[in-house]
Ligand binder design. Structure first.
Ligand SMILES: NC(=O)c1ccc[n+]([C@@H]2O[C@H](COP(=O)([O-])OP(=O)(O)OC[C@H]3O[C@@H](n4cnc5c(N)ncnc54)[C@H](OP(=O)(O)O)[C@@H]3O)[C@@H](O)[C@H]2O)c1
Length: 297
């Protein structure tokens, strides 16, 4: 059963049939079928019949001024371990299939080196589903294929690399040799071709359809969170606010969309409070659902 996030609006079918699109067949949380006309509604099928992208929960730790470089505001290494343990314990409560990070953040965990392999692998440029073996997944948004793993996991979680079309066959052969799963962001033939937002939407749809991922934690950094925010792909925010202040102008925040001054990456999205928990040491765990406004007719 497909589960939508149940905040929908519908345009006239004729308007969409002119674009060659039909309704999706998602169901609401009670199982009732919803005849929704993509791409103007807010379900996670991404405008594809029967396709559902994962629910995406942005799970982060910040200072009270929203900055994400933890070493700048934690007082000691012991405290760093405690904050990390708390972050992981709360993450486990989110019930996700795994986590997803940007290229820079994953570089701290991907410790392989570039290698070349002569063996031919079939269908190199199609999504490759490696042997996950029941493990959680670690999804890397690495559009230029800069990361090297040397194994099929980081921290014991099976790696899925999200890549751009310009990565080389040699790089893909290295991932295949290592057993790393991957997908190439599909090429777009019309409407928004090549836009970062459409690329992320397409990639998330493949994670849902081909890899069967239902819920993912988006765990930074700020640039990647910002790209997902702008794309309207964040469904919930789970933020652990530590009682510390960074305070220095220019230090990155948990959302760092790189755009033009007039752009508002969160436009049309508002937050509905879900819960607040006060934690040991004075940190606060905030959870919000992201609600998207109806599209203008
Ligand atoms: N406090 C926390 O909870 C938390 C969580 C995670 C990370 N962090 C910290 O955050 C820092 C890294 O943050 P960051 O924002 O610099 O890095 P990031 O989001 O992990 O990765 C940034 C990279 O993503 C690529 N990129 C740029 N635009 C993109 C787009 N529109 N869509 C997809 N990818 C795009 C670029 O890589 P290319 O150069 O390859 O193009 C860019 O360098 C680290 O210090 C890390 O420790 C903190």
């Amino acid at each position: 059963m497909s589960i939508c996030s149940a905040r929908f609006w519908i345009r006239q079918p004729a308007e969409l049939s002119a674009k060659g699109r039909g309704p999706c067949h998602c169901t609401d949380e009670g199982g009732a079928q919803l005849l929704l006309y993509p791409p103007v509604h807010d379900c996670r099928c991404n405008g594809r019949e029967g396709a559902v992208r994962p629910k995406i929960i942005c799970h982060m730790t910040s200072s009270i001024d929203g900055r994400l470089l933890v070493d700048r505001w934690l007082r000691s290494e012991i405290e760093r371990e405690q904050v990390g343990a708390t972050y992981d314990r709360l993450a486990a409560r989110l019930g996700a299939d795994g986590w997803m990070v940007g290229r820079t953040t994953m570089a701290d965990f991907a410790s392989g080196t570039p290698r070349s392999f002569s063996g031919a692998f079939p269908d190199l440029r199609k999504p490759f589903v490696g042997n996950r073996s029941g493990r959680s997944v670690a999804v890397a948004i690495d559009l230029h294929g800069k990361l090297h793993y040397g194994q099929d996991n980081v921290l014991g979680d099976h790696v899925i690399a999200v890549l751009g079309q310009d990565v080389s066959d040699a790089y893909l052969a290295e991932l295949r040799h290592d057993g790393v799963s991957y997908l190439l962001v599909p090429a777009r033939d019309e409407g928004g071709a090549g836009s970062p937002e459409s690329a992320l939407h397409d990639a998330m749809a493949v994670l849902g359809e081909t890899f069967g991922i239902r819920t993912l934690m988006l765990q930074g950094g700020g640039i990647t969170n910002g790209a997902f925010l702008k794309a309207g792909l964040i469904d919930e925010i789970s933020l652990v606010v530590y009682p510390g202040i960074d305070g220095l102008a220019g230090v990155p925040c948990i959302f760092e969309y790189h755009g033009e001054p007039a752009e508002r990456p969160a436009e049309g999205q508002s937050l509905r409070h879900m819960s607040t928990e006060t934690l040991d040491g004075g940190s606060v765990w905030l959870r919000y659902r992201v609600e998207r406004a109806a599209a203008k007719r």
